[in-house]
Every structure is written in structure tokens, then in C-alpha cells.
Write a protein that binds this ligand. Sequence first.
Ligand code: AMP
Ligand code: GLY
Length: 439
Amino acid sequence: MVVGGGAREHAICDAVVRSKNAELYVLMHNRNPGIIRLAKKVEIEKETNVDAVVDFAVKNGVELAVVGPEAPLKEGVADALMKHNVNVASPTKAAARVETDKEWMRNLMKRYRIPGQLRFKTFTNVDKVRDFIEQLGGEVAVKPVGLTGGKGVKVVGDHLSGIEDAVSYAKKIVEKGIGGEKKVLIEEKAVGEEFTLQAFSDGKTIFPMPAVQDHKRLLPDDKGPNTGGMGSYSDKNGLLPFLSRSDYEESAVILQRIVEALSMEGCPFVGPIYGQFMLTSNGPKIIEVNARFGDPEAMNVLPLLQNDFVDICLSMVEGNIEKKRIRFQSKATVCKYVVPEGYGVKSMVHQPIHVDEEGIKKTGALLFYASVDKEDDVVYTTSSRSLAVVGLGESIFEAEQLCEKGLKHVEGDHIFIRHDIGTKKLIEKRIKHIKQLCG
Ligand code: AMP
Ligand code: GLY
């Protein structure tokens, strides 16, 4: 059973049906047409409705579950399923705190002296916020402590003009209780290039996947507000053009140490774990940890997975990931999201998108549906991201061109795509940035 109905879950479902011995059941809040096609049975229901998820699983004799999004993990859906003897390759509510409670995650890293930390403090009273921001030289990230779908964080120099702006945003978070708590996290701004490292975790040991770079900002050249992610790429060798083997290994050690810390805390982390890193002149630093696959990053790595995905999920549950020989095809990937016009500010909802699935298929690109409704063969936008197209190739540029070929078969008057993702110009800018920083 897969819980969730976005493009990430479409990619997970795709990996499940490639497995020899699996039958797919899906519970999701929307009618994702790509997932509906793959599943034996679908239940349309809110993913955070824990009782409904458990009922659906028990009724259908589900043996193994994977939860896509973070919100149901926070509600304890994995714990509830386990109580009903369902194997779950996703973390318990306690382990998912690495994502759902940023303060707890930062304190965990501190207590276990895990490398990759940033200086931080939380405040429920904004009176002392200014002092701390000044101590950090005004260069800070201002964050709600809880979940905001990747859209609640603001950084000085990117979305905030300076100390004044940072203080007033901190105030707004505390007063309005953004992220579910009247508390704000102020942390040191990390300067460098961001990248994602996802890993399979069995509670003790991790197996890292190829590194990916996501693009959070809405507009080309990394301008505009933060979004859930506009697209992403990965390289043939599992590294990134600005990320060395030793940076990659250092990041994997950080994730491994986090998993060990969680185990020592009595809440072992089983499932895919996700590290958002900033590669700085002082090595990789943790920006955030997620308790699940990334969206879009799942679309980069899962199509490359050569093992049986269900088998890997069982290994995570059984605690023997170490014994698995996990392999990824050595190909580069580029993923670009098609989003409704206005996404990130005010999306134009219920606008038609014409998707020529056969046309995309013929190019060799992959199509993953996200938050759309389908009526009479026409796909309509909702307020979230609509669909993603992924190109695979021998180089990032080959993958990018294939992705664009696929995107030619997606038409709509009110859609938006960040066409610069994976292009030579943007990648060269990333490499230059790291060269300037690190010498
Ligand atoms: P998050 O939701 O924590 O991933 O934050 C969203 C985005 O804000 C990240 O992907 C970064 O681009 C940026 N960001 C968050 N924290 C920091 C930080 N400490 N330093 C620099 N940028 C950050
Ligand atoms: N790609 C960002 C996320 O999944 O949170």
C-alpha cells in the first residue's frame, strides 16, 4: 500500500509495480490518473485520516506500506499500521520528528555531536530575537519549527532584506503560530550550493542513493519565492558537477550518524531518509532532514533503481539493508515540474492541461502526475504542482534535452515551467559558485 497521490507517490507506485510479487493498493486524497492506472484498488480519502488508512489496509490484507508525504507520518500513521501487523517502510511518529520538529532535530545533532551543524536558537518571545540575529552578523534563516510544506522558511539576502525584515518575520511566525506552534527558529545562514542526499535506512544502517539538486525557487535563475520544488537533476556517477566523492561520503556519514542517534534515542528510523545539505567552504551542513523521499528527488532516483523496490522495503523493515547489493543505473536525470500559472503566489486552478501521453512515451521521457484532476481525458490544474517530466541520459545535458522533448507534448495556456533546470548555463553557474567559495 502506498499512501499519497503526488508525483513522488506516482514514482513510488511505479517502482512497486515493477516488483515481481506485488499488488498495489493506494490511499490518496486526489485522483492521480497515473496512479489510478497502476493500482489494483484505490481509496480516495485524506492521507492524514489514520483510521481510514488502517481500515483500508486491514480490509485488503495489506502486508507492506510506504507513506509518501510527511503529514500522515506526523499523525502517527506508521505506528497505527504497525499495531495492526502491517510492515511499514516509513518512520514512526517519534522518528519522523527529525522532519516535523526542527528544534528537536537540531538538538539531536548537538547532543550527539554530529558534524554538519549550524548555530541556532528558538524563541517563543521575540524580545531577544534581535540580539541573536545580531550575534550571527545578521546572516540568518528564519523558520517555523513545524511543517509548512517547504514554504515557511525565509533567508536574509534571499527573501528578507536585512535584520529589520528578519525580526518582523520572526514576530509574524510567533504571533500567527505558523507551522503549528508559536515558536520561531533562527539559524545561521549557510552559504554555498544545496543538494539532497536520500538513503534507505533500516534503523541501524543506511544505503545512500545518488545525490540530487532540487530547485526551490519559483523563477529562472533562482529568483522568486520558495516552492515545494520546481525540478531537479542528478548525474551519471551519483555525484553532482560541484560535489566531490568526499563531500558525498561526508554527507552520508552525517545521515548515518543521525540514524544511529535516533536508534540510541529509542526511536529507530526505518524508511527512506532525506538530508538537505548546503555544501559550504567548511564542508556539507544540514539545512533540514526529511522523513521520506523528496519530491521531486524521488523522480530522479527511483527510475534508476535496479533492485526490486518491494524487496528493499522489506529489508528496511527487517533490518538487513547492509546485506543488500543495491544498484542504480548509471545515468543522469533531469526532472521539470509543470505547475499552474501563479503557483507559489496564487495558482490558477481548474485550468486545462493537454497531456499527449503517447507523444511523451515515444520520446523516451517519463511522465509523473501530481495534483491534477482528470475529467473526460482532460487534466485540470489544482493549486499545487501538476505533473513532472523526467529525462534520462548519458549526461545531464542529454537528459535535459530529452526532458524538454517530452515537455513539448504538454500544453496549456496557464501553466509554468522552469526551463533553466539542468541547462549548461545554470550548471556552470553552480560550479563557478563552489569554485569561488572553496578556491
Ligand atoms: P527548508 O524548508 O528548511 O528546506 O528551507 C527551505 C529553503 O530555505 C532551503 O531549501 C534553503 O534554500 C533555504 N534555507 C533554509 N535554511 C537555510 C540556512 N540555514 N541557510 C541558508 N539557506 C537556508
Ligand atoms: N524537495 C523538497 C522536499 O521534498 O521537501
